[in-house]
Design a protein around this ligand. Structure first.
Ligand SMILES: [Zn+2]
Length: 131
């Protein structure tokens, strides 16, 4: 179960940081997600179907960008055809731009639902050498 506050988890999602330790990067590049945290080595998405959840967030981003842009274009006198072209460009561009953030937000949701196993603590023998 998550021990961090909601504000900490939201900040980690926005910064694309590991929801468990907050130090490891979730993404290697803009479109390449790490399988596990480079710092604490938790596996972000164990189930290959987890990307479907992030696609729901992509849809929400595309719909929001479309509706906001549509509302702004309604205030202008731009003809219909350029408006349609602008809207058809804005929605996919918003998805591509927000790609790491939607995956990061979905990773936090997976963490909150208990889908990320916390790293196991290992007992270390101290002071005595094994014979
Ligand atoms: Zn981590």
């Amino acid at each position: 179960m998550a021990r961090e506050s909601a504000s900490v988890l939201i900040r980690r999602a926005l910064n694309c940081q590991c929801p468990v330790c907050g130090r490891g990067a979730i993404f290697r590049t803009h479109f390449k997600m790490n399988r596990e945290c480079p710092r604490c080595h938790v596996v972000f998405w164990k189930d290959p179907g987890e990307s479907l959840g992030a696609m729901y967030l992509d849809f929400a981003v595309a719909a929001a960008a479309f509706l906001v842009c549509w509302g702004l274009l309604a205030l202008t006198r731009i003809p219909d055809t350029p408006q349609i072209l602008i809207l058809c460009t804005i929605a996919p561009a918003a998805v591509l731009l927000c790609y790491p953030m939607t995956r990061s937000a979905w990773t936090v949701l997976v963490y909150l639902s208990g889908g990320i196993d916390l790293p196991q603590l290992r007992a270390v023998r101290g002071g005595k050498k094994n014979p």
